[in-house]
Write a protein that binds this ligand. Structure first.
Ligand code: GDP
Length: 455
């Protein structure tokens, strides 16, 4: 039996502020509101009232009170909300008064949302969408999170699960009543046809190039190249602040430095990697190993070379990165003879590689680089907002569903009815776990841990 105490918390941001919102949820929420403002307002009507300390009768503040009787509330329980003046002492006075009321206690992090989930107001994917919405840093992330909250994947998964259960019912009818004359022989055919359709639909959603997850994580751009080529200087330029240590000595950036940028509304993570070169020094070797690993997992690599160097060494050729597109960035053109003709980005005919010449230190052609990055991000994110899957957890559940459906479809129809039913049941359970309908205790704590108190 879940804890049904009445919980309360400050749900708005850090005081002092113009307004503070205190929320109360649970069976004693109505009693608590009555004790504080002397009456219970009309449901869902903003009502002005004096908030008094129930023990002393002292007026604490004047507030707007809202009353949402169960089940039509955010949590599905009785909910009371007070919009107070956002001062430290006002808030403390109200929270102290609430704590004195029997059956009321301060809420834990994420507890309001958890109750909404437990009361069926939100499914698990919507809870995750809500967490993403609160964490969203760019408009694209915000839109994606909002659609998640509104059931983009949750509703779909639930519809898939229903169709699966219908198919399963056909197979089970075939098993249970196979002796009876009026049960059609071929119940398996339609069931497997439905399973095949579902399998293809889910596989179609999975084949999205992980764009939804990437929108959540941001586009990862790694700045790589030989030591002293000017990578840290370039990162600082792009980030417009001193995020990386710039030094004239080779091998100073020993770890990976990360900067988050909002590039025309899209989330971009810039990585400054340690100078990639062969080294005998163990600490630097480790830096180089990490640099290679992160850069290899990046979406785009800016391969920086020292354009002022007299001749190109072995390090001037970009290494091979697994999935990343590589741009060649010739830096320090302020020191090279090319500087006069430098600038226009080019796509040389004989190679597909994009290259451009800049000076990170002097700020030459940085606009061209920034514009190229913006254009790249725009194309990269073009289709991401329509992506259904935004988390590894969703992807895993759908992959398991497809695998179970594949196993069901691979069974020999004449002998495998029981086994087909078992696989369809497994597929339905996996989908149920995605929306939180079945068997999810183990993942709940992980999901709600990310919430703040009052949410
Ligand atoms: P990293 O090792 O690749 O990160 O290189 P840094 O960013 O630490 O730069 C190495 C040195 O090159 C520093 O002394 C920078 O001031 C210098 N540097 C970086 N960019 C430029 C540039 O565009 N022109 C010139 N002349 N020097 C640069």
């Amino acid at each position: 039996m879940p804890d049904r105490s009445t919980i309360f918390a400050l749900s708005s941001g850090r005081p002092p502020a113009a307004i503070a919102v205190v929320r109360v949820s649970g069976p004693r929420a109505g009693v608590a509101l009555e004790k504080l403002i002397g009456r219970l307002p009309e449901p869902r009507m903003a009502t002005l009232g004096r908030v008094r300390d129930p023990a002393s009768g002292d007026v604490i503040d004047e507030a707007l009170a809202l009353w949402f009787p169960a089940p039509r509330s955010e949590t599905g329980e009785d909910v009371a909300e007070l919009q107070l003046h956002g001062g430290q002492a006002v808030i403390a006075g109200v929270l102290d008064a609430l704590a004195m009321i029997e059956g009321c206690r301060p809420a834990e992090a994420g507890e309001f949302t958890r109750r909404a989930f437990e009361n069926g107001r939100l499914d698990l994917t919507a809870v995750e969408g809500l967490a993403d919405l609160i964490a969203a840093e760019t408009p694209a992330q915000r839109r994606s999170a909002y659609r998640q909250l509104k059931g983009l994947i949750g509703d779909r998964a639930e519809a898939w699960r229903r169709r699966l259960i219908e198919a399963l019912a056909l197979v089970e009818a075939r098993i249970d009543f196979s002796d009876e004359a009026d049960v059609p022989e071929d119940l398996l055919g339609p069931a497997l046809h439905a399973a095949q359709q579902l399998r293809d639909e889910i596989a179609g959603v999975l084949a999205d190039g992980r764009r939804g997850e990437r929108l959540r994580d941001g586009l990862v751009v790694a700045i790589a190249g030989a030591p002293n080529a000017g990578k840290s200087t370039l990162l600082n330029r792009l980030a417009r602040r001193e995020a990386a240590i710039v030094s004239p000595y080779a091998g100073t950036t020993r770890d990976v430095i990360e900067v988050h940028l909002d590039l025309d509304g899209y989330p971009v993570t810039l990585l400054d990697t340690a100078g990639i070169r062969d080294s005998a020094e163990p600490v630097e070797q480790e830096g180089v190993r990490r640099a290679r690993e992160r850069a290899a997992a990046a979406d785009l690599v800016l391969w920086v070379i020292d354009g002022s160097a007299a001749e190109s060494g072995a390090n001037d050729r970009p290494e091979k990165f697994a999935n990343a597109e590589i741009w060649l960035v010739r830096n320090k053109i302020d020191q090279s003879f090319e500087s006069a003709c430098a600038s226009a980005p080019k796509h040389p005919n004989n190679e597909s590689q994009f290259s451009l010449s800049i000076s990170a230190l002097k700020g030459i052609a940085m606009d061209a680089l920034a514009a190229a990055l913006s254009a790249y991000a725009k194309t990269y994110f073009a289709a991401t907002e329509s992506a259904v899957i935004t988390r590894a957890r969703h992807r895993q559940a759908l992959q398991e569903t497809v695998a179970a459906l594949d196993r069901a479809l691979a069974r020999d129809h004449s002998t495998g009815e029981e086994l087909i039913a078992e696989e369809l049941r497994a597929a339905a359970t996996t989908l149920g776990r995605l929306t939180g309908r079945v068997d999810v205790e183990d993942i709940l704590d992980v999901i709600f841990r990310d919430f703040c108190i009052g949410k």
